[in-house]
Ligand binder design. Sequence first.
Ligand code: NCD
Ligand code: ZN
Ligand code: ZN
Length: 348
Amino acid sequence: MTSLRILRPDDWHLHVRDGAQLASVVPFTARQFARAIIMPNLKPPVTTVAMAAAYRDRILAALPAGSRFEPLMTLYLTDTTAPQEIRAAQASGFIFGAKLYPAGATTHSDAGVTAIEKIYPALEAMAECGLVFQVHGEVTDGEVDVFDRERVFIDRILTKVVERFKSLRIVFEHVTTREAVQFVQGARRGVAATITPQHLLLNRNAIFQGGIRPHNYCLPVLKREHDRQALIEAATAEDARFFLGTDSAPHARHSKETCCGSAGIFSAHAAIELYAEAFERAGRLDRLQAFASERGADFYGLPRNSDHIVLERAAWSPPAAYPFDKDELVPFRAGEQLAWRMIEERRA
Ligand code: NCD
Ligand code: ZN
Ligand code: ZN
């Protein structure tokens, strides 16, 4: 196959930051995707409907002229998120979820949730009104091996929440392990998962290839080949529970290339191309549209997009860096070859 036309995709997990950084990165996503769930882990985090409205306005203002990209907002849950804030979010028309960051689990999670019971009132309200619960699924217990934190989160927390709140709609974000895939496959209705391009394309060897590779470091951290294969099988199966969420997470070069580097991989410059590569290697390009453009919208109860994008089999290399406000941003696969390129946008 040398060219592929699919319905325009959406990104169900994206970090675009704020201010001048926002202006540097949001055009990459707006070029490919119609919509994206905008993660709320700013400093300070987006914890209220008013903050989400203001952030949404800043995103819209940072879009290239003529862009029709639609930011789908989400709230950052804290120990004190009030049920009425949840109900106001659902009623807003522009907020589509609320996100659990276990305190200390990842970038800008210090204001996150310290114990799952603290958010039971919020989860109750979410289950009632239908707001989607988005989960960074890792325990923060320092005794637990970094590579086991997702698996242990399933056993200690997620299983309990899925059972207790029977009508709560849950997205297990950026799943990375075979156990997470199996958990979602076997879960009740209303439980789904997003998968990133890096977890489909790389295993943990990529963090240590000939030396330490900070630009391949994200959270949850890359896992074993056996896990990567389970993710490929899930993404390319005829299974409505698994859909696209890039987790594109830009950090300035100096905060990645340092003695305590930040977690996050920037992939928005080539997101759909990276997924196309993963699906092609699995011999399942025919399933890319379902994963990228159908299942996420269906899960969130939003209409699928009606216009298309076209991908062409044409090698190109992302540059060594992109501008990022006054800093630089090293993109995923910088200087390496990519097999696919998005060449055309058709607007309905
Ligand atoms: C994300 C970020 O930088 O905001 N980093 C990451 O490694 N994925 C946070 C997150 O999604 O956990
Ligand atoms: Zn996360
Ligand atoms: Zn993320």
